[in-house]
Design a protein around this ligand. Structure first.
Ligand code: AQP
Length: 329
């Protein structure tokens, strides 16, 4: 089998530059590399409290952003996770093959639950990696483009697949995380020690931000002592973050960027970073607004769900048969 690529984003809030760099920016290249399954992880969005209207609106926004980023519905399948019932069905089976100890070691669960009262932590937040593993294996995906924060979940998926295949034979495909070299973890502009995140919007650049807002946010980003534009994540986390953003946008290495910025003052450097971010996001935002208005995401989601459900149902059937669930056609 060639390359099968699966990637998703949760419609939990306004999309950030971190989501753009990890997933959206690479969509065109992904479609050249293999068969792509791209989804809106709306079931995952329910793992933290969210208003129904916000979830609906975020899902539409995300579909429009995927298309604006160059997702071609002819060459890939775009779908809502909740529209393919195989995700929830496989989840009911696979939750028996991952264990409490493994799930409680997941950094994302520890981070998110540490900010909540114990009796407000839903079971779905805890078992999130089980559903994520199902999202991946349903499409026999061998490549999963993600930011660094999701690598641990892919490793867990690999463990699950190996465990399952050892018991039942070669039923599932072992996936691999694909992480961008630069920009794998974009940090908050106001606190470069924490990740830029939809659900913790302090210091975020949102994909919907107007150019003037983006410029203002970058110009007032926290920087470090010293004056050299050099990558040093420990001593210069603010400048290193801006360098990563610049490199991810221009598709160049950190070394190349450091050479470019020799002799630049922090203020001059920030101005160039703001220019490249605005230059790239402005036409993307224009396409997004057009797609929202013409509602072309509706057909894309419908056709994508048809393509995706065919593959997902085949895998589900294979799994059901393997574990001994009686299937009568
Ligand atoms: N700051 C980031 N830097 C690089 N990659 C990032 N991603 C998220 N934030 C950054 C990557 O974006 C993809 C989609 O993420 P997600 O929506 O599935 O959930 P997440 O990883 O939990 O992202 P957020 O923005 O922090 O969402 P919330 O706040 O809702 O939990 C993933 O590939 C992720 O790695």
């Amino acid at each position: 089998m060639g390359e099968r690529i699966l990637t998703g984003i949760k419609p939990t809030g306004q999309l950030t530059l971190g989501n753009y760099i990890a997933v959206l920016k690479n969509l065109r290249k992904m479609m050249d590399r293999g068969e792509c399954f791209i989804f809106i992880a709306d079931l995952h969005a329910l793992t933290l409290p969210i208003e129904p209207e916000t979830l609906r609106q975020n899902s539409i926004d995300l579909a429009a952003f995927y298309l604006a980023a160059g997702l071609d519905p002819e060459r890939s399948a775009l779908f809502l996770q909740s529209s393919i019932s195989a995700h929830a069905e496989l989840n009911a089976i696979m939750q028996n093959y991952l264990y409490m100890g493994e799930l409680s070691r997941m950094t994302q669960f520890k981070d998110k639950s540490s900010r909540m009262k114990e009796n407000a932590i839903g079971l779905g937040l805890f078992s999130y990696p089980v559903l994520m593993a199902c999202d991946i294996v349903l499409y026999d995906a061998n490549t999963v483009p993600v930011g660094e924060d999701q690598v641990q979940h892919i490793e867990l998926t690999r463990d699950l697949v190996n465990r399952f295949n050892n018991r039942y034979g070669k039923i599932l495909t072992v996936p691999k995380a694909s992480v961008t070299k630069v920009g794998k973890r974009i940090m908050s502009l106001s606190n470069p020690l924490t990740k830029m995140s939809k659900s913790d919007p302090k210091g975020d650049i949102f994909l919907k931000d107007e150019p003037m807002v983006i410029r203002k946010k970058i110009m007032s980003a926290v920087t470090d002592t010293g004056s050299e534009v050099k990558f040093d994540a420990v001593n210069k986390p603010g400048i290193s973050n801006l360098l990563s953003i610049y490199c991810a946008m221009k598709d160049i290495t950190i070394k190349e960027a450091e050479k470019l910025f020799v002799g630049y003052r922090y203020g001059e450097f920030k101005k160039v970073v703001a220019d490249v971010v605005i230059e790239e996001l402005a036409p993307f935002q224009e396409r997004y607004r057009k797609i929202l208005a013409d509602k072309s995401y509706e057909t894309a989601l419908k056709e994508g769900a048809e393509k995706a459900s065919k593959i997902a149902n085949e895998t589900l059937k294979r799994v059901k048969k393997a574990v001994g669930l009686l299937t009568i056609d």
